[in-house]
Design a protein around this ligand. Sequence first.
Ligand code: PHE
Length: 560
Amino acid sequence: MGYVKSNHNTMGWPKPNISILFTTVSLFVVGIVVLVRVSGCEEKRSDAVLSTYLHLSVRRRRSIVRRFLGLRMAEEAVLGYLQNNDEINDSGEFAAERGIDHNEIVNVVKSLHGFRYVDAVDIKRETWVLTDEGNTYATLGSPEFQLILAIPPEGISRDELQKKLGPSVFKIACAQAAKNKWVEMGKQLISRKVQDVEDRVKNLLLQIQQGQGIGSDDIKALKARKLIVPQTWKGYSVKKGPNYAPKRKKVVTDLTRDNFQSGEWKEIEFKEYNYTAKGQPLEGGSLHPLLKVRAQIKQIFHCMGFEEMPTNNYVESSFWNFDSLFQPQQHPARDSHDTFFLEAPSTTKKLPEDYVQRVKQIHESGGYESRGYAYDWKREEANKNLLRTHTTAVSSRMLYQLAQKPFSPKKYFSIDRVFRNEAVDRTHLAEFHQIEGLVCDRGLTLCDLIGVLHDFFSRLGMTKLKFKPAYNPYTEPSMEIFSYHEGFKKWVEVGNSGMFRPEMLRPMGLPEDVQVIAWGLSLERPTMIMYGIDNIRDLFGHKVDLGLIKKNSICRLGIE
Ligand code: PHE
């Protein structure tokens, strides 16, 4: 059997195994609390540990106390022995001599080494352990021996013998007994050749079980029969370390008022600061990717001199959401299949009456060079409450307010939630977030819109843009915005835009030469592209993995 004392020098020893150290230390704490309580003196700080301990089942408590006492005994044995002796040569022998579980000695040595009470050097030994088959023979005897016992002096027929032993044992037993020349395999009968035999195999197995050494030929034979397998045994040789003391000192973590008053502070040993310890991961304060992208986009708008519009109302009237935007009352988007209408309160209470009249008129018969839609505009339809389907409802309210004062140019933006009664799929939910920007000034043209869009989208990292004519009831001309995606190698639709119609602006009271250019896009689309999410349900809603929210990367738009 090999006995190796490894050359690792003590300093090169791996750092103490933290998890073992932790369990050892926490077991100590629990143990100390138990003992402290038993001896009647109480410690305030131990109360939390004690209450945890008292919530455990009686069995768990017993096993903790047993383990604690075991570890304490093992620690006393190691430190006590080193007080009068230079070295523990072999932790295995040391444990066996004292009847202590070797694992406990190993744990204690690791922990003591961590605090440099002891220095330890690894010892590795190749040992042999019994296989399941080996264990069976160590108790029942080897098959060949069982065979001899089963043969009566007058011999026995093959069939009968097989019946007695069972086919598998019989097969092995015959082969081995024949090899040993123990039996005569006659045609009719099997009979003994020898009278007294010793079950050597069983004895060797028992020796191995008890940790005794056996000759190399025997090892070979037992290994060939798969009755034993090699196993590496690990232990230590242990010496006093630089911080050796016969008893572990209690190190103090906090300096208290009592320490000062009693003068103890002069003697107390303080626990060293661990500057490399990692802090606890923060549980709170993580931002959802949508919030990160929103913050960046807000910053872009602010850099461009835009003011944020107040979007704090999910519930809107049909009037502001549709009518004020010159969206006719028969428009399919105003159907309950597309829009969520409110049951309670189902209608709005207050609308600016004179403005309502002008809106009614522009829908019914036109004005300001428009022919209108020529239908019966119904107030009840305009009163219906709904969950806003776009943030353009907010833009409309803001432009109306602007029109009530002497005109001044404005740049406004909003980013908030909107709702649509849509079939949900990988890329659509019934709610999402819209980003909207508008510029209101005298003499604006489509070129201004295109220029602002280039400025805005290039700040998002989208430098190549294309525009396609489109239709919105409230803009003319209208353009869909496409951006070339270098990763996807194709043009992707990124937004919608246009110049607000005079039919929308003039009834509000804005001067005739004032134009408004505006655009809108979803917050989800760029966020999904940026964070590599291809199913919207992984980004928003109850199926979102909380890990995504804790671990997602920071967002810097426009920087590759
Ligand atoms: N309201 C439009 C939408 O919901 C976006 C848009 C805003 C279009 C402003 C033109 C002007 O898609």
